[in-house]
Design a protein around this ligand. Sequence first.
Ligand SMILES: Cc1cc2nc3c(=O)[nH]c(=O)nc-3n(C[C@H](O)[C@H](O)[C@H](O)COP(=O)(O)OP(=O)(O)OC[C@H]3O[C@@H](n4cnc5c(N)ncnc54)[C@H](O)[C@@H]3O)c2cc1C
Length: 429
Amino acid sequence: MEEKIAVIGAGSTGLFTSIELARRGFSVSLFDRGIPGSGTSGRFHGLLHCGARYAVVDRTAATDCRAESERIKSIAPHCVNSTGGLFVALDRNDEEYGEELRLNLNRCSIPYTELNGSEAVRAEPNLNAVVRSAIRVPDAVLKGRRFLLSALGTCIAYGVSFHPFMNLLSAHDDESGDIEGLSFENRIGGGVHRASTDFVVNCSGPWIGQTSKLLGHRVEVLPAAGVMSVVGKRLTSSVVSRMRRPSDGDILVPYGETTIAGTTAAVTEDPASFEINEEDVGLLLDEASAMVPQIGRLGFARSYASFRPLVKEETGSVREVTRDFRILSYDAGPRNVVNVAGGKMTTSRLVGERTATEVCNALGVRKPPAGELRLIDPLDDIRTVEAGAGGDNTAIERIVAEMRGGTDDEDTNFVRELAALVMKWSGAG
Ligand SMILES: Cc1cc2nc3c(=O)[nH]c(=O)nc-3n(C[C@H](O)[C@H](O)[C@H](O)COP(=O)(O)OP(=O)(O)OC[C@H]3O[C@@H](n4cnc5c(N)ncnc54)[C@H](O)[C@@H]3O)c2cc1C
């Protein structure tokens, strides 16, 4: 018998969890109150981490990123721009951190090369001329929307049934206290949609505090807001990071024809009421212009924000909470639930794989994955889909609106075509 699994949340975590479950022969239904990318995954910084950023502060996260960034380059080459990354030292403190960084890059087996100041400026002519030294690492740029759409297309190819605009309302228990069904508010068709299920995997990102309660468990997260600001010009060829402990405003990502500066990190009480303030944008401008002075003259074209669902731990500041992920399963209460929180876009395939293993363990079944995983390229399908043709235009307009204001905001035609594709793949277009 194929067990029925409901996955809540179609961000990168839910998409890869669905793929890995479907590859193991489960019957998977994927629900989102919006679409892939209407949460954090559509509003990330654009960086495929090689692990260097975390090498000093979180070695597990660093080694996971090193392995997974290479894996993504091989399973989804169409989603990656292998720009390389440059950690730049602008002062003596940065250089001191550089010693610690080199030591830990070695420990994490992350390859690097060293550049002196003039070599760094030759490699990146827009860098601040005061640069003293630099370390080149294999960071890369991940084309966010294309990555999510590729993962969704791959889900569909593995037989996952995808349900956009379904907002989880409640769970229904059977006599043993396990969940046997879920109710969703249908945000497009109206009314309540009911789905029966044998197991629920909750991948609702920063909303997991609320959704885990609906599923009978409590997951404590720190919603930490991160602001990113976009310069309307590509100013570097590689990702540029400040050579210091991870901190606010220390990364510049060359994303398409733009440069994205970020990020900030501040715990917020309520993500729904978060507003970007001038102070955050001013800080990003100061930090970004210290690395590339031209940014101070050009200013930012726009800013956007998203939230890290950091699992709450008894440590001091937000920056010290691990970027690692948690897969939480239960022996009591509803036992057929797994809550998944944390991680990065870079490590979402790994999170999906480990979650699928956890589901197999909880169900007491052994199901190895079928074949080699490779993500399909949605561009082939896009060419065959006329935006809006034969589909529900209201739904498409709604998708376009949900996609607005994130990492991939510059190409509106592309967004419209992708919206038509999302509807087609959900069986509604
Ligand atoms: C500021 C910032 C910058 C980042 N930059 C990077 C980066 O450069 N590189 C990197 O690798 N990682 C980065 N990350 C991390 C990365 O973005 C996330 O780890 C990744 O997107 C994982 O997303 P997710 O699927 O867990 O959550 P999300 O993408 O938020 O997905 C959760 C989904 O659940 C849905 N949902 C919520 N509630 C319900 C409900 N009641 N019913 C149904 N569906 C629901 C939402 O609509 C959403 O689509 C960044 C994170 C932040 C905050």
